[in-house]
Design a protein around this ligand. Structure first.
Ligand code: NDP
Length: 309
């Protein structure tokens, strides 16, 4: 019995040190390094390459270090019979809500207009719309989407949400299922994407979706790059169908230096940082799941492998 770790370097040594001190009785290996492959029965992994787990035949629990797990399921060699757990946490979701609120206000209050005017020393008065007159549509009502909707509604926005199954949230008009997508999009001026990347949602941010929104809408996407059809985003921006886009996740990351998003006047690029779980959250969630696994108790935050999220 031993744990294999491959961790996000952004946390420095804090993650591995936290895991070691929370699980003092466990044998813990760090990848890359000298690892007794057959001993490994638990793995916590960040974006490992395809086939990485093949030489570890005894793995019985896999933990992600964040919320999204699409990367794991895209690996044809990923063991489909082994439970996969992820991070679900209020503070993690609150950081995402902050991101969406920040950019929703940025677009609604037309910050670019004032930045440009100041540069040109122009007193460019403009009447601002009330939040209640602005319709924000959130795709995905999981840990990130739900809290984001609640906080947008608290600010007074006219909030709509779209998910796979029915939900009820105070102050939010909820739509469910594929057939409801056109109705959800019809009035959505600011479209926020917080969907998981699955076979059903890949490429959802494309012409078909943008054409269903009111002309001049805004896109804020903080989920996965695979949701984007990049040329459709650029075409929609150039035709005015979309007036602006804030994009945090891209099909290729880091975004290549020559990518047109970098220099497009109406695209706002952030480097996949809309939300990050705290080190303590990742350590506590993982340690709790290891303890549960060792004692045969039900796991926390288990992914539905059939649904793909
Ligand atoms: P969850 O798994 O908690 O929630 C997913 C939501 O999407 C659910 O409401 C689900 O519906 C809905 N959904 C799934 N498939 C469909 C579909 N085909 N049609 C309509 N709705 C669908 O996800 P999280 O909230 O944890 O994460 C959301 C996204 O944010 C993920 O892509 C994740 O990778 C990304 N993320 C990005 C970060 C970043 O820094 N950029 C940080 C953290 C997360 P239902 O409720 O009916 O099941």
């Amino acid at each position: 019995m031993a744990i294999l770790t491959w961790l996000h370097t952004a946390y420095g040594d804090d993650l591995i040190n936290g895991i070691r001190s929370s699980l003092p009785d466990e044998t813990i290996y760090e990848w890359p390094g000298d690892v007794a492959h057959n001993e490994i029965d638990v793995a916590i992994l960040f974006r490992m390459p395809p086939g990485f787990l093949k030489p570890f035949p005894n793995v019985k629990l896999i933990s992600a270090t964040g919320a999204g797990i699409d990367h794991y399921l895209l690996d044809p060699d990923f063991p489909r019979d082994v439970p996969l757990v992820r991070v679900v946490d209020h503070d993690f979701a609150a950081r995402m809500a902050d991101y969406v609120l920040c950019w929703t206000l940025f677009h609604h209050r037309d910050v670019p207009h004032f930045l440009k005017a100041q540069k040109e020393r122009r007193w460019a008065y403009k009447i601002m719309r009330s939040a209640s007159d602005v319709t924000v549509g959130v795709m995905g009502l999981g840990q990130m989407g739900r809290l984001t909707c609640e906080r947008l509604a608290f600010l007074g926005y006219d909030v709509r949400a779209w998910s796979r199954s029915e939900h009820q949230i105070k102050g939010v008009r909820c739509y469910a299922g594929k057939d409801a997508l056109p109705d959800f999009l019809r009035d959505t001026e600011i479209l926020v994407n917080l969907l998981p990347l699955t076979a059903e949602t890949r490429g959802i941010l494309g012409k078909k979706t943008f054409d269903r929104m009111p002309h001049g809408g805004v896109l804020i996407t903080a989920a996965r790059g695979g949701h984007l059809i990049e040329n459709d985003v650029l075409d929609a921006l150039d035709s005015g169908r979309l007036s602006a886009a804030t994009i945090d996740a891209f099909p290729v990351e880091p975004l290549p230096e020559t990518h047109p998003f970098w220099t497009h006047p109406n695209v706002y690029v952030t480097p996949h940082c809309s939300s990050t779980a705290s080190c303590a959250t990742i350590v506590d969630t993982f340690a709790e799941n290891v303890r549960r696994f060792r004692s045969g108790a039900p796991l926390l935050n288990e992914v539905d492998l059939a649904a793909g999220y």
